[in-house]
Structures are given as C-alpha cells and as structure tokens.
Write a protein that binds this ligand. Structure first.
Ligand code: HEC
Ligand code: HEC
Ligand code: HEC
Ligand code: HEC
Ligand code: HEC
Ligand code: HEC
Ligand code: HEC
Length: 421
C-alpha cells in the first residue's frame, strides 16, 4: 500500500517546483532553525521539515506489524485518501446522485471510467465540472472532497453527511451562489494529512501545493516525527534493539505529549511559522499563538477542540497527569467501546459510585461515559440538506467531564425501558 501520491508531471514543471523549493527552504532555514530536543536520549535534529524525511507508514509494518495493522483501522488513517469508489462514501447511482440547490439548479455526482466528478447543471445545461481528487473525513460524521485546480486545491460544494446517508451542501457554504473555487488552506491539510509541500508559501494568499510531495492520512510520522532516518538505521542495524531517530511519546513531558494532539485537536490556532514545520516533540507555542480567547471559545464549541474543553474539567486540572493518552490508545480504533473507556476512568476513580436510584452497580461501572461525557451537537459540523430547512448538526462527545443531571435522568429512563422490553 503506497500512501504517497504520485502524479505525472512534465520536466519543466518539476524544474520550476525544484527551484521554488530551494528558494523556499532557504528562506525558512534562515528564520526557523529548530532547537535541539534535549529531553530525548536519541535526538532528532532537523533544520526544516521536508518530504524526503518521511518514510510512509506502509514500511513500518515490516518491524511493527501489530501496531501498523491496528492503525489501518483508525479514523486517523482514513481521514484523507485519494478519491476512489471505495473512499467516496456517497452514491453515484441514478436517483441518489443529485443535490438540488433550487429549481433548475442541480449538482450531479458522476462516475466516468475511473474518475468522479461534481457537475453543476443549470436548467439541464452543464455549467462547470470538477473532479473528486482527495476525500477528506473518515466518514464517521461525513466527508468533503478536494479537487486540483492548477496547483491549488479547492473544496467541492457537495459533501456527504453520514447521519442521513445522503449528499449535502458543504459545511459553511451558501446555497447561492454555488461555489466551485474556494481554495483549501494549508491548515486544513495540516490537520487532515501528514505532509503537503507548499510552493512559495505566503500566509496572505491561497497556498499552492506540490501534489508529488504529499502524504495523506494522519500517519505514524505525524505523532512520532519524520522517520526516514529511523527506518534506514534500523534496517542497517538489525541487532540494535533500542530504536533511534524516532520520538518516543511515552517519554515526553505532559505539555509536549498534549502538544502532539493539540496541533489538530485544539481548534483554531493562529500560526506564526510556515505550515508543516511543527513535529512531535516540539513546543506547539513556538509555531502558533495560543490565546486565552481560543481556550474559552473552546468550551462553547465541541468541534475539533477536545483539549480546550478537557482543560476546563476537574479531572484534567486536579489530576496534574492526565493527557489524551490516559484514555485513548492512539493505535487502535476503540470507537463505541464504552466499557473499555470506563475502565480508564476507574484507573483514577474508585469503582464504588454514589448510589443512583434505578441504576445497578454493574451498569454504572460499565458506562461512565453517557452520564459524564454526553453527546452534544457540534456547532461547526452542520449540513444544509434542503433549501429553507434548518441545518442538521453532527453529534460529538463533550470532553467537559462533570455531572449532567439531565443526562442521568435520560440514562435512567433508557435503562428502565430496556429492562421492560
Ligand atoms: C527495519 C525495522 C524497522 C522499521 C522499518 C521501523 N522500525 Fe521503528 N523500531 C525498530 C526497532 C528495532 C525499534 C526498537 C525496539 C522497539 O521499541 O520495538 C524501533 C522503535 C520504534 C519506536 C519507539 C518505540 C519505543 O520504545 O517507544 C517508534 C515510535 C517507532 N519505532 C516507530 C516507527 C515508525 C513510525 C516506522 C515507520 C515509518 C518504523 N518505526 C519503522 C525497527 C524498525
Ligand atoms: C495531524 C492532525 C492530528 C493529530 C496530530 C492527531 N489527530 Fe486525532 N484526529 C485528527 C482528525 C482530522 C480526526 C478526524 C478523523 C476523521 O474521522 O476523519 C481525528 C480523530 C481522532 C479521534 C476520534 C477517532 C474515532 O474513532 O472517533 C481520536 C480519539 C483522536 N483523534 C485522538 C488523538 C490523539 C490522542 C492524538 C495525539 C496522540 C491525536 N488524535 C493526534 C487529527 C489529528
Ligand atoms: C484544527 C484542525 C482542523 C482543521 C483546520 C480542519 N479540521 Fe476537519 N476535523 C478536525 C478534527 C479534529 C475532526 C474530528 C471531529 C472533531 O473533533 O470535530 C475533524 C472532522 C472533519 C470531518 C468529519 C470527519 C468524520 O467523518 O467525522 C470532515 C469532513 C472534515 N473535518 C473536513 C475538513 C476540511 C475539508 C477542512 C479544511 C477546509 C478541515 N476539516 C479543517 C480537525 C481539523
Ligand atoms: C495519533 C498519534 C499516533 C499515531 C498515528 C501513531 N502513534 Fe505510535 N504512539 C503514539 C503515542 C502517544 C505512543 C505512546 C503511548 C503508548 O504507548 O500508547 C506511541 C507508542 C508507539 C510505540 C511504542 C509503544 C508500543 O506500544 O510498542 C511504537 C513502536 C509506535 N508507537 C509505533 C507506531 C507506528 C508504527 C505507527 C503507524 C503504523 C504509529 N505508532 C502511529 C502516538 C501515535
Ligand atoms: C488521571 C486521573 C483521572 C482520570 C483518568 C479520570 N478522572 Fe475524573 N477526576 C480526577 C480528579 C483528580 C478529579 C477531582 C477530584 C474528584 O472530584 O475526585 C476528578 C473529578 C471528576 C468528576 C467530578 C467533576 C465535577 O465537576 O465535580 C467526575 C464526574 C469525574 N471526574 C468523572 C470521570 C470520568 C467519567 C472519567 C472517565 C471518562 C474520569 N473522571 C477520568 C481524575 C481523573
Ligand atoms: C447514570 C448516570 C451515571 C453513571 C453511569 C455514572 N455516574 Fe458518576 N455521577 C452521576 C451523578 C448524578 C453524580 C452526582 C452524584 C451526587 O452528587 O449525588 C455523579 C458523581 C460522580 C463523581 C463526583 C464524585 C462525587 O462523589 O461527587 C465522580 C468522580 C463520578 N461520578 C465518576 C463516575 C465514574 C468513574 C463512573 C463510571 C464507573 C460514573 N461516574 C458513572 C451519574 C453517573
Ligand atoms: C478521561 C478520558 C478521556 C480523555 C483524557 C480524552 N478523551 Fe477523547 N474521548 C473519550 C471518550 C470516552 C470518548 C468517546 C468514545 C466513543 O464512545 O467512541 C472520546 C472521544 C474522542 C474523540 C471523538 C469524538 C466523537 O464524538 O466522536 C476525539 C476526537 C477525542 N476523544 C480526542 C481526544 C483528545 C485530542 C484528547 C486530549 C486533549 C482526549 N480525547 C482526551 C475519553 C477521553
């Protein structure tokens, strides 16, 4: 399985890209030389992060077979993929492949040989078509699709919304006009992929990307640092068993451990350095401005800001040790495994709970989650399904862990219904 995208390109395009990368690398080199990371036994020293430092997660399976096989089932692995019949969750079948914007205004999803298109028809006449090139989102809640337009990526107007199993207007898009040219930011790919080489990066204009130097999915190397050196070393020294040129996350201090996840799970951050330069083990605050306002906003918004929300909880504040990996195994898909997560609560809390009328002790022990981390509607992942209908929101777990009396009531009602039936 190759995770690296390869496109055919003419010699001249390569030439231009190589020149611009050299210029680009030089300008970053001057302003952004990374400090040595001193807390590790085996230091990774990189000046600027570039495509050649990555090995791709397929090769890790040679020596870390179980972890890699588990990882291939995670949402991180599926969060960006080349578009294909398999990676596009919506339907191309006649009758199910349209999104109707208004009378006479339809976007149709079309499969033609091995390519897929969103085609806008106005009064049955084709106006514009764009190809599905990259599918973003594992599909737990939904997917949006990106399309190459020269060296830019644009987000297509029609997305797929899993909750209702149908095509929908992309989040944040108006119903009119129908937009086929909204460029994707580097930040979008920074959260949904491992690496994308920008061309002549300038924060004030839409970024151009080199499609030959992109690594899709949130892969091993996003959390363990670029690993080409590790792979080369371990391949040539099969007798060494320590493992070098790699970030060992379990040795990171709390803040740096949180920073790895916070790159993508702390909501909107204002970048102060070019994209894709943060790697595991760095201080996030050297790359982004992390304002208190963003933290506060996080409490209101459950989308993408698990760290902001969690930091407001007593568990996080008073335990002094809690990180994301206290509860999450980053290599496994544990979605919906309520009793597994509840065991992780019990690792700090006693399994003896205050008595709650109508709920047995066994039930209490097996599901701390529904009462203390209830599902809430996301304020930012919401879809318009029809003109003049209110948007429908996706639901998310809140990471603000506390006592929710209404949820306890609902839990008691649900369990008494189950007992009766
Ligand atoms: C040729 C074999 C080989 C390949 C390929 C390889 N590794 Fe390793 N890796 C090792 C060995 C040997 C160790 C040290 C023993 C151990 O911890 O399993 C190690 C250690 C590690 C560790 C540290 C484990 C710890 O103790 O904390 C991480 C993380 C890691 N590798 C990630 C990766 C990733 C990511 C890839 C793919 C990009 C990869 N490795 C590819 C052989 C390999
Ligand atoms: C490069 C960005 C990035 C990093 C770094 C990252 N994540 Fe994620 N994570 C995502 C994205 C994007 C999704 C949504 C994936 C999807 O469903 O498409 C996600 C989803 C998840 C989920 C939900 C999976 C599910 O099955 O519902 C968990 C849990 C999670 N991440 C935990 C972590 C933890 C813990 C860390 C740090 C060790 C981490 N993530 C680091 C981007 C990232
Ligand atoms: C700050 C990081 C960040 C940025 C920027 C970001 N996302 Fe996300 N996105 C996430 C995380 C984290 C999730 C997982 C759900 C959650 O926490 O809200 C997610 C969820 C999604 C999902 C739903 C996946 C699923 O099946 O549940 C889609 C689709 C998506 N993002 C598309 C995009 C697109 C397209 C862009 C850019 C135009 C973008 N996102 C920008 C972090 C980000
Ligand atoms: C979302 C972030 C994330 C991703 C993706 C990820 N890891 Fe890890 N990995 C961690 C963290 C955090 C730890 C330390 C905590 C732990 O041991 O669970 C870790 C620990 C490890 C270890 C040492 C501990 C052990 O269980 O042996 C190895 C080896 C490893 N990872 C390899 C990989 C490989 C190979 C991949 C890709 C197939 C990968 N990781 C993907 C975050 C990640
Ligand atoms: C790393 C240890 C740790 C873990 C893991 C942990 N907590 Fe806590 N939690 C604490 C500490 C410390 C407090 C504050 C002291 C107390 O109330 O016991 C706390 C407080 C609470 C409170 C009271 C909150 C309030 O606002 O009054 C609830 C409820 C709670 N935890 C539930 C959970 C649940 C549910 C889980 C699992 C999803 C969990 N905790 C996981 C350490 C932890
Ligand atoms: C049916 C809903 C429900 C379930 C399930 C549940 N709790 Fe609670 N929990 C509550 C309520 C309600 C309170 C407040 C009780 C009170 O103050 O009288 C509470 C209080 C707490 C507190 C605050 C401590 C205290 O004594 O005030 C902690 C910690 C806690 N729960 C942890 C857990 C853990 C861990 C689990 C899973 C093993 C769990 N809860 C399962 C509803 C629930
Ligand atoms: C106290 C335990 C705990 C901690 C700490 C924790 N989580 Fe979670 N997280 C959960 C539980 C429980 C769920 C719900 C899992 C399920 O039912 O699938 C969850 C779900 C998620 C999801 C998916 C949200 C959804 O609704 O599908 C993401 C993303 C996530 N966590 C990221 C993180 C990140 C990032 C951190 C660190 C900032 C973190 N979590 C810390 C317990 C925790």
């Amino acid at each position: 399985m190759s995770l690296l995208i390869k496109h055919k390109r003419s010699f001249t395009t390569y030439f231009v890209i190589i020149i611009s990368i050299i210029v680009f690398t030089r300008c970053i080199n001057n302003q952004n030389i990374k400090q040595k990371k001193t807390y590790e036994v085996n230091t990774i020293v990189t000046d600027t992060v570039n495509f050649n430092q990555f090995a791709g997660s397929a090769v890790c399976s040679k020596c870390h077979k179980d972890i890699t096989n588990d990882y291939f089932h995670t949402a991180h692995f599926h969060t960006s993929q080349l578009s294909s019949l398999k990676s596009i969750n919506g339907s191309f079948q006649g009758g199910k492949n349209n999104f109707i914007y208004d009378v006479g205004k339809v976007v149709s999803m079309k499969k033609e040989r091995n390519s897929f298109y969103q085609v806008y028809y106005y009064k049955d006449k084709e106006v514009v078509r764009r190809r599905f090139d990259i599918s973003v989102g594992s599909g737990i809640r939904g997917q949006t699709y990106l399309s190459w337009l020269d060296n830019h990526l644009i987000e297509l107007p029609v997305s797929y919304f899993t909750q209702v199993h149908q095509w929908a207007n992309s989040p944040g898009y108006p119903l009119s006009p129908i937009i086929f040219n909204r460029p994707v930011t580097a930040r979008c790919l920074e959260c949904h992929s491992t690496y994308a080489q920008t061309i002549n990066y300038n924060p004030d204009i839409p970024p151009a990307f080199d499609g030959t130097q992109m690594i899709l999915s949130v892969s091993c190397e996003k959390c363990h640092g670029p690993a080409a050196k590790h792979v080369a070393y371990e391949t040539n020294h099969p007798k060494d068993s320590i493992g070098i040129f790699i970030v060992k996350n379990q040795n990171l201090p709390r803040q740096l451990s949180l920073d790895v996840c916070a790159l993508c799970h702390s909501g909107r951050l204002q970048e102060t350095k070019p994209p894709f330069q943060f790697t595991a083990g760095d201080n996030l605050s050297d790359f982004f401005e992390i304002s208190d306002a963003a933290k506060k906003a996080g409490i209101m918004d459950v989308h993408g800001n698990q760290l902001g929300v969690l930091s407001a909880s007593k568990c996080f504040q008073l335990s002094k040790t809690m990180t994301c990996i206290t509860c999450h195994d980053p290599h496994k898909n544990e979605k919906g495994k309520t009793s597994v997560f509840s065991q992780r609560c019990i690792s700090c809390h006693s399994d003896k709970h205050k008595n709650i009328a109508g709920v047995s002790n066994d039930l209490l022990r097996s599901n701390c989650i529904d009462c203390h981390m209830p599902l809430q509607e996301s304020t930012s992942i919401s879809f318009l399904l029809k003109k003049n209908a209110p948007p429908v929101s996706a639901v998310m777990r809140t990471h603000f862990i506390t006592v929710y009396n209404d949820e306890t009531k609902k839990f008691i009602e649900r369990s008494s219904l189950k007992k009766k039936s």
